[in-house]
Design a protein around this ligand. Structure first.
Ligand SMILES: [Zn+2]
Ligand SMILES: [Zn+2]
Length: 242
């Protein structure tokens, strides 16, 4: 049931909506130390997406030890972005047709609201992830996707029920609210843009123009936090020389 292709995207969407709404109680009740945890988890989620799902798995821009790959996969899946197979298929299709009528989340052709809030409902073309479909780990992530989320929520509930908000939902919601800017604002006027403030709050993802020019590059800007992290964890000397 939970892996049903028709239900899965709507469950992701529900999770994204709940997590964005969870930012409100965080602003009302959150204490300074809880905000510190929210920001730390936000950085983990955001780096898992931009470094893991995006640069490592979608574009193979660098190599790293398997255990780091696996941690990034978990961090990319937890905030309701879906399994890597789905995210990567959608993202590679976006590169193939960026800012044209076939771009799955072009704000111009699909509308800003759809590109910002509903990109998780885009039809997925798995022909873009034939390489990933051959690997058991990516298929297993689909199979056990909700187990990780439920397990993490239960763990937080045992520690402190409000930790579900400051340790999970609020950082996931903030990552969605800020990350959505890359799908929309960074593709305004039917072209990719790099904006310093979007690049900084998304830990590099918003330095988007350079990325579209050369998708296989691991670092997109001097202040690209994701690119700096890659240079620390890289297994492949070519990124050191870049
Ligand atoms: Zn793009
Ligand atoms: Zn990309």
């Amino acid at each position: 049931m939970l892996n049903n292709k028709k239900v899965f995207p709507y469950l992701l969407l529900a999770g994204q909506i709940i997590s964005m709404m969870a930012v409100i109680p965080m602003f009302i009740f959150g204490e300074v130390w809880q905000w510190a945890i929210t920001i730390a988890v936000y950085c983990f989620f955001m780096l898992s997406i931009t470094v893991g799902y995006h640069r490592l798995i979608s574009h193979k821009a660098f190599k790293c030890p398997q255990w780091i790959h696996n941690i990034l996969m978990v961090g990319g899946g937890l905030p309701f972005y879906g399994p890597a197979l789905v995210w990567v298929a959608n993202h590679r299709e976006h590169h193939r047709y960026a800012d044209t009528a076939k771009d799955p989340h072009s704000p111009y052709y699909r509308g800003v609201l759809r590109a910002y809030f509903l990109q998780v409902l885009s039809p997925i073309n798995f022909k873009y992830v034939k390489d990933l479909l051959r690997k058991q780990i990516y298929r297993d992530q689909v199979k056990y996707y909700w187990h990780f989320i439920i397990g993490y929520v239960l763990l937080l509930a045992i520690i402190d029920p409000f930790a579900i908000v400051y340790g999970f939902l609020a950082p996931a919601g903030l990552s969605k609210l800020f990350g959505g800017l890359v799908f929309t604002y960074s593709h305004r006027g039917r072209k990719a843009h790099s904006d310093l403030w979007v690049g900084l709050i998304t830990l590099g993802e918003g330095f988007h123009e350079g990325h579209h020019k050369k998708a296989s590059t691991h670092r997109w800007h001097t202040l690209d936090a994701g690119g700096i992290l890659i240079e620390m964890i890289d297994n492949d000397k070519r990124t050191q020389k870049a």
